[in-house]
Design a protein around this ligand. Structure first.
Ligand code: NAG
Ligand code: NAG
Length: 823
């Protein structure tokens, strides 16, 4: 579901067209509608008797109750019990994954601090050329963490044209205000060929207080040192930021102290303040920050909430930014210069060791270069963990207008720092497989935050857009989350994984988390089991498909996570979705397992799991004897195509948008002409019995190059499927219609690994396909990383090239688990 935004951006223009086209008819229908409604009400009132008044009042009361449930938190103890300064170790972090380099604290309102940079020669109108938020349009050759341990340190490499920036940080505990840290920014040429004399780069380091943080910020001056920043907030107490140039020559420095309306406007504010200044000695001009710019409301001065320092240096140069808290009576040396270099080396060393302990890649014979790739993939996953605070916009089926969810924090990883720098529900379950391997307590904290976002209905919104920085990145039509819409409950996979790997080392603290989590998992399960139930006993159906869609070749199923993967052509209530059936089976089994662990009665879940894992039920609902595949069921025809309507004679409709034509009447049937990821689910989630001949058949189809097999991994839709690589509308390119996705390839490897280990006639076959697939996927993702500098959202099934957005170190980073064979 990550992808809905892509297609939307493309079809924006088309949306606008649509509303202008239909505005006249819309307008008249609202006009007609209103008097009609009034007339109805009027005749209603005439016939009133006291009894109906009462029952209507009760009914309205009940509707009112239903309406409010969407933004009422679930009434049970919260899973997160400690945050902010109570977890000093995780207090500061790179929790703003949407910026190239930004730090903040885990508290609702925080001071934010971070880096912008630009090349004075390339600065453009409107601030183009200033780097701040990770934007694909910046066209950086490369950026991302080389190492990041999720706690104490990180090193990031950024290649921007001829320059290479390294941004690193090291935290140091101490005091009672969440500790201190130093960050080093070094700028060099990216290759020896690029060495140009007299090249300059301007770094801007800023600190800002968001709209609700009390306190102050101000620049500090001293005759001998570079300008620094001093400030105070209720949680941080008094602090200073000092800048030291450790190597190279700074040409000039300047500062800005001003007021920003919101922390989503930092770059704009900084850019607006830049001005040219005459450098008398060198007879040249330089670009400097605006200095003290006081804002007023009436006659009253507003305290500045943004202070930025610009340091322009001759490449190569390096600057240390030292954050110190007045509360730390650290007798240690300041973390700067050589002391910093030493601390960084110590952390690097420890990281290398832990990485080998956890994934064992050296032991498996991987080279240094391959290990460096794997370290980068993991580091971008954990270095991409953010801390967000705000309220979603949600829409209940019982209300007309969207309302605000309650304000809440979310500690979560993100799919892509440039394109999706916020939390996504089903992605996060996949992320959790890798994060828990690295640090199970961090993962439990992430899960805890997500489940605290559950409402009274047992629903968790699937896309989390919290706070102004996150909101600024999302087109308006995607902001509202609907409470009928599900998303695969992948957190059950994560929990299963955690139990597999750590059941013997579950400390009391970890058990206590699971204990607090359990009632919320129950509510979640019940929500799925009731709202996503299918018409036939034992079946399930994704909601949220548009049965009235005129333009789509096959109405999308965004809720399933697989967006445009073809399902029944005519959505109706008879549909049953095989992937959701399998998710529900796994969910029930994991619930039963957790109940056992926590000594709670889990019989209901065990019964449901047994019921759903029963291959007879599965086969009766989803196996096609005709095509020998597992499939969805619904009202379907393959005979659909996009055609352009011929404009009526003398009509104004110039360029009519292509629409779907249905050439044959759809029938209720299995959608078995389509084969791909969805049909694999009974295998992917281990539902197929190891001795089932259907397993043999699946392994054969999987390995068939005419169907799913490619030298780069399994493609999402079989080449033989009618909609293979077809556009869904004129404006929607294929997305899950052939491209290779790493999360599903991970599930396939995990399943092959499983079937190669349990007793059954297909063990040997599973083992051999496993070996080949693992090499193909890992090999291709690595090759493309070395070629392009990035891990990608998906891969082309013909060429293996990366496609979609980049960097995408959400579930594509699961390649690290494949390398280490941790399933
Ligand atoms: C920066 O550091 C270098 C060497 O460490 C030194 O020569 C120089 O004077 C310092 N100051 C500035 C403003 O560059
Ligand atoms: C799920 O729903 C079915 C009915 O649709 C019910 O029989 C089953 O007990 C439910 N499972 C759980 C664990 O509540």
């Amino acid at each position: 579901m990550v992808r809905q935004r892509r297609s939307q951006v493309i079809s924006d223009g088309n949306k606008a067209d649509k509303s202008t086209n239909s505005s006249s008819s819309n307008g008249s229908s609202t006009f007609n509608g209103k008097p009609g409604k009034k007339a109805n009400l009027f005749s209603y009132w005439k016939h009133f008797i006291v009894g109906t008044v009462l029952s209507i009042a009760v009914c309205f009361g009940y509707m009112g109750y239903l309406e409010t449930r969407v933004n009422t938190p679930l009434d049970d103890k919260k899973v997160v019990t400690k945050s902010g300064l109570d977890v000093p170790d995780l207090f500061w972090g790179t929790y703003r994954p949407g910026t190239y380099f930004g730090l903040k604290t885990r508290e609702p309102h925080s001071m934010v601090t971070g880096l912008m940079w630009y090349f004075p020669r390339q600065l453009r109108l409107g601030g183009d050329g200033i780097r701040h938020w990770c934007e694909q349009s910046d066209n950086l050759e490369k950026f991302g963490w080389l190492q990041h341990d999720a706690h104490n340190f990180g090193i990031q490499e950024i290649i921007d044209g001829p320059f290479r920036l390294l941004t690193s940080f090291v935290k140091r505990p101490g005091g009672f205000r969440g500790g201190e840290w130093t960050s080093r920014i070094s700028v060099d040429f990216s290759t020896a060929d690029d060495r140009m004399v007299d090249e300059e780069v301007s770094l801007i380091w800023y600190t800002a207080l968001d709209e609700e943080t009390m306190g102050y910020l101000e620049p500090t001056n001293s005759a001998t040192k570079i300008t620094g920043i001093r400030g105070k907030t209720p949680t941080l107490g008094e602090f200073t930021l000092k800048f030291t140039n450790t190597t190279g020559l700074l040409v000039h420095e300047s500062f800005l102290s001003t007021t920003v309306p919101g922390i989503d406007l930092l770059k704009e504010t900084v850019f607006a303040s830049l001005r040219l200044s005459q450098d008398k000695s060198q007879k040249s001009e330089k670009i400097v920050l605006g200095g003290q710019l006081t804002s007023f409301i009436g006659n009253e001065k507003i305290n500045p909430n943004l202070v930025a320092i610009q340091l322009t240096g001759k490449v190569p140069f390096a600057v240390d930014v030292v954050f110190e808290s007045a509360s730390s009576s650290n007798k240690q040396e300041t973390l700067v210069g050589k002391t910093y270099t030493k601390a960084l080396a110590w952390h690097k060393n420890r990281f290398d060791q832990k990485f080998e302990d956890v994934f064992g890649l050296k032991a498996k014979g991987y080279s240094e270069k391959h290990i460096a790739f794997a370290q980068a993939a993991l580091s971008n996953m954990v270095g991409g963990i953010g801390y967000f605070y705000g309220a979603s916009k949600v829409q209940s089926t019982y209300s007309e207008e969207p309302v605000n969810y309650w304000r809440a924090p979310l500690y979560t990883a993100v799919p892509s720092r440039s394109f999706f720098p916020r939390g996504f529900l089903w992605d996060e379950g996949f992320h959790g497989l890798l994060i828990s391997e690295w640090d199970v307590d961090v993962e439990l904290d992430i899960i805890s935050h997500w489940f605290d976002l559950m409402n009274a209905e047992g629903w968790i919104p699937r896309e989390q857009i919290l706070g102004v920085e996150a909101l600024a990145k999302v087109p308006a039509e995607f902001v509202v989350q609907k409470n009928t819409n599900a998303n695969p409950p992948t957190f059950f996979l994560t929990l299963d994984h955690i139990l597999d790997r750590f059941e013997d080392s579950l400390t009391d603290d970890r058990l206590a988390v699971l204990d607090r989590l359990y009632p919320r998992l129950q509510a979640w399960y019940a929500w799925f089991n009731s709202t996503q139930k299918g018409a036939t006993a034992g079946s399930y159906r994704w909601r949220g498909r548009d049965a009235d869609s005129q333009l789509e070749l096959n109405p999308k199923t965004l809720t399933s996570g697989l967006d445009d993967y073809p399902r029944a052509s005519h959505p109706d209530a008879s549909e049953r979705h095989v992937d959701l059936y399998c998710w529900m089976a796994v969910a029930a089994r994991v619930m039963a397992r957790l109940a056992d662990l926590l000594a709670i009665d889990g019989r209901r879940y065990r019964q449901t799991a047994e019921y759903l894992f029963d291959n007879e039920l599965l086969d009766s609902l989803h196996w096609s004897e005709y095509a020998n595949v597992y499939a969805d069921y619904g009202l379907h025809t393959d005979a659909v195509k996009l055609t352009r309507p011929t404009p009526l004679p003398r009509s104004q409709n110039r360029n009519l948008e292509m629409r779907r034509s249905v050439l044959k009447t759809p029938e209720h049937r299995l959608v078995d002409s389509t084969f791909g990821y969805v049909g694999l689910f009974p295998f992917l989630l281990h539902l197929v019995r190891p001795d089932s001949p259907k397993l043999g058949r699946i392994l054969q189809d999987l390995r068939n190059p005419e169907l799913l097999w490619t030298p780069f991994g399994l493609r999402s839709l079989s080449k033989s499927s009618p909609l293979y690589m077809r556009r869904n509308t004129e404006h929607d390119p294929p997305y899950w219609r052939g491209q290779i996705w790493i999360n599903v390839n991970f599930l396939a490897l995990r399943a092959l690994h499983h079937y190669a280990r349990v007793e059954g006639p297909y063990r040997v076959k599973a083992q051999s396909v496993y070996g080949e697939l693992r090499e193909n996927v890992v090999g291709n993702v690595m090759r493309r990383y070395f070629e392009t500098g990035f891990v990608w959202e998906q891969y082309n099934d013909r060429t293996g090239e990366g496609s979609g957005c980049k960097p995408f170190t959400g579930w594509s980073a699961l390649v690290v688990l494949m390398m280490g064979e941790r399933y």
